[in-house]
Design a protein around this ligand. Sequence first.
Ligand code: GRF
Length: 195
Amino acid sequence: MKRIAVFASGFGSNFQSIIDNVKQNKLNATVELLVTDRPNCMAIARAKQEKIEVYSFDPKQYTNKKDYESIILSHLKKKSIDLIVLAGYMRLIGDTLLKQYPGRIINIHPSMLPKYKGMDAIGQALCANETVLGVTVHYVNKEVDSGRIIMQESLDITQMKSRDEIEEKIHQIEHMMYPKAIQKVLEELYIESLD
Ligand code: GRF
């Protein structure tokens, strides 16, 4: 069974959907660890509820990314993590983790990448008068929301009446899509391990 760590900074609804899909045997993995840079975020409460170990840190306590990522790395190694799943983690991943987990770090982003990278992707798309929004799961590299695409789904918003309605639909897509994309990546890792 492959072992995953989820990195989150906020509400953690994607984290929750990953946990739920594991429980329903739709995702063949174990969630071993939550890593967070926000010691009071909702994702921590979800982890506690599910008895998932948490490593929480305050980036302000460190002089650079290498310092805190080295500690994260020791927690990942201790738990023999196979795949890092970013779910609303609001930081760029640095060389320390990228070098140790090549092709094993993925992210979900609420836009049809390569369009609208970075913060408030839905707002950016709406400002540009897009009628089709979407969600992308992709591999993580050094740059913001730029790695190879794993899965993508579009959403036609022409009949939608408010930003709330659009956001709700985007989140629904995310919650369906991310566990499926994780399963796909894990199956590919398994096949690679047989080669
Ligand atoms: C999601 O919209 C995800 O696409 C983005 O951050 C948000 C996290 O939401 N990367 P949640 O914390 O999982 O509810």
